[in-house]
Design a protein around this ligand. Sequence first.
Ligand SMILES: Nc1ncnc2c1ncn2[C@@H]1O[C@H](COP(=O)(O)OP(=O)(O)OP(=O)(O)O)[C@@H](O)[C@H]1O
Length: 909
Amino acid sequence: MTTQRAVSTSPDPAFARVTPMMEQYLEIKAANPGLLLFYRMGDFYELFFEDAEIASRALGITLTKRGKHQGEDIPMCGVPVERSDDYLHRLIAAGHRVAVCEQTEDPSAARKRGNKSVVRRDVVRLVTPGTLTEDTLLDAHANNYLLALARARESSGVDRFALAWIDISTAEFMVTECVANELAATLARINPNEVIVSDTLHGDPDLGALLRELPSVTPLPRDAFDGATAERRLCDYFAVATMDGLSVMSRLEATAAAAAVTYIDRTQIGQRPPLSPPSREASGSTMAIDPATRANLELTRTLAGERRGSLLDAIDRTMTAAGSRLLAQRLAAPLTDTAAITRRLDAVAALASDSAARDDVRAILRTAPDMSRALARLSLGRGGPRDLAGLRYGIMAADQALARLAELSDPPEGIAAAMQALRQPSRELAHELGNALSDNLPLMKRDGGFVRDGYDTALDEARKLRDDSRLVVAAMQARYAEETSVKTLKIRHNNVLGYFVEVTAQHADRLMSAPLNATFIHRQTLAGQVRFTTSELGEIEARIANAGERALGLELDIFDRLAAMAIRNGDEIRNAAHAFAQLDVAASLAKLAIDENYTRPDIDASLSFAIEGGRHPVVEQALKRTGQPFIANACDLSPPPPPVEGSEESGQIWLLTGPNMAGKSTFLRQNALIALMAQVGSFVPASRARIGIIDRLFSRVGAADDLARGRSTFMVEMVETAVILNQASERALVILDEIGRGTATFDGLSIAWATIEHLHENNRCRALFATHYHELTALSAKLPRLFNATVRVKEWHGEVVFLHEVLPGAADRSYGIQVARLAGLPPSVIARAKSVLAKLEAQDRGSTVRALVDDLPLFAVPSRDAGESAPRGETAPLIEALKSLHPDEMSPREALDALYALKAKLPKQ
Ligand SMILES: Nc1ncnc2c1ncn2[C@@H]1O[C@H](COP(=O)(O)OP(=O)(O)OP(=O)(O)O)[C@@H](O)[C@H]1O
């Protein structure tokens, strides 16, 4: 059986023979290409044909058959509706998208239309990785972003990209623009769960490699990315006449934003989750960090993919899921604006210096539920009673937090703004929810019982009737037991029989013979029991069912009214939820600063980088757990004072040599992490830190093979180094660990050599460079801003002792053989290695190096622009004219005119 045949909608004669239900299935399936169809049948969602095969493999559930289609068995598998969230979660995690198709009428209504009629069904929702809202499907500690990517080809041939990203579970909506070489870093920062692109972009070979790296990419037909209708679609979503009052966006950003809301419309089938208006992130407002650097520095995951051991894990002391999400967001996007960083640091400082306030605020935060996600579920009709209660407890927590924060004598701006937001949500809403909701709440509203007794008279009456009838059943059981003299007679209930009388088999005869058989009507005989009904029981049953249904109906009405009240107050609730998250992050970073003895960094617009007593935040904590100290080290990459004669003021490069295992990598990473934490607005693991804003962080640290992309270790290393050398500006911080080690010694040494020269002369950025090529230390003689540093070790009785101290100077040897011995290499191999080393050292490699340094082509280092030739005089007007064109803003007619004008400018041959 092939899918093609299964889902074909072509007028196949065999279709005439398919059952009406199959016909309906095939039609719905064909309307939802690329999605697995969850087709509701009673208490199950069934999957058929290839969907069933995929799902049974992915979920490990049994594949069965159901009837035949065109002469072949139809494969089928099903998941119970009650547990469908779990199955959905696993399918989404495995990269599938699912269309959920429900019965939209009661089976009895279908029967009325005729025996062969099929129950009406419709797809009510598409479940995709980027559009989840259920708690069970979401990671509480991470945002779940859907991202739309749009591209514009500039007349200069340079591609510009717009990104719009939305978390519908929290209503966040952001847009930004970037150029092609910033795209990978921007995507890595946002870390979307699903990316949507136009068909054209999806098939574009230039983007192929990048898109393959992303967890889930969904191509959409062109219309979703149509720039001409973008504004209208956004206005329609936000129900406004123009977007001008809501948000300022470029045309390209609006295109991406419109694609995102169009996709949400399509997946939520008419349910529109409320979204904040798109907020524009100015390009350059965050520190650019490319995917390789993020991975190398293990910011949110270790290289092995674990959260444990990452920087986020080491610094996250938040009390709430929303706080933890915000911290992860901030860590992914350190700021470049000194004023904004200072605002964050002020809030941390206030809570760091007042331990009582910090502890109290954290205790209050512990009780604050995830209001934004609860609100999103309510808005989409997927909320339950506990979501309503969550809003109530959230507002109550806001009151407590406000009372506590009011005691701060002079709250900094960040905390004052959070307090302002906490005042916003309606207290009346909280009061109403408190009155309405019971103390013990069911998960689902359809279970009923969540409205407090005494809240609604009509509901109380319906419940009384239902409960009284239950008492009547209890009394009836006692009466029947007496009348039949069967003491063990019970009245029970199940979904098939409803209420029934049950006696053990030995008493059954009595009920089945006169006179009792006039009252007791036999219904069922089981192995040990026999079941009966009575007309009296039938009447009571109808009464109970009616009263129960009425009570539930009333409760659901109350639920809808309360949910509507909450949704009307949505913006205020979301603002308060965000304020909680901000307070949580500030209090968490304050606690971290105190617990781990961090200091407030000085951030300014200079090119300084002066760290005293710096430590690695993750390694330090790991060592602490085993009772070992971390050795603090200073690092100063600030421009050398006074500026070297004739050179502009630029940062320094430290060349770090030292034995294996001495702590070079740790030192390199700790300085990158200190800079990053400082710009996130956190205190840092150092005794002093002064950092001039870093606009871009690069690190190339121990790359691994990337065989999936067909690149060897050395190739990966060179690609990453190329990116750095081509893109690092004076404001960048570059960390390079053992460049060139993956190839022959002299090739590697030469590449490392030329790389340092290029960094020093062309990039002129602050940099740390660790190497085992001790020959490179000679470069400091000619490169004035290159500084040699080494990690100290001691030799003691032939053993090497690692002191982990970074000092000025150069290492004389690598102690590689000693480390190899520690690692357990056989003694014979160690002895042989020693003798080979002695011979090699006898041939003085140093002489070659000295010759090279004397011949240092300092001023011959090719400049970055050397390869580009200026436009020839006669074509210059043509290029100028091309540059001034803006195809996005032209009508077809104008474009054609422009083309003629260009042709006319072409020099005559
Ligand atoms: N400052 C320090 N204080 C205490 N222990 C440290 C310090 N720096 C590093 N270490 C310990 O030394 C180990 C080795 O450090 P690291 O990997 O940085 O060495 P390396 O010089 O880069 O080694 P190699 O050249 O072999 O890659 C770390 O795992 C850590 O446990």
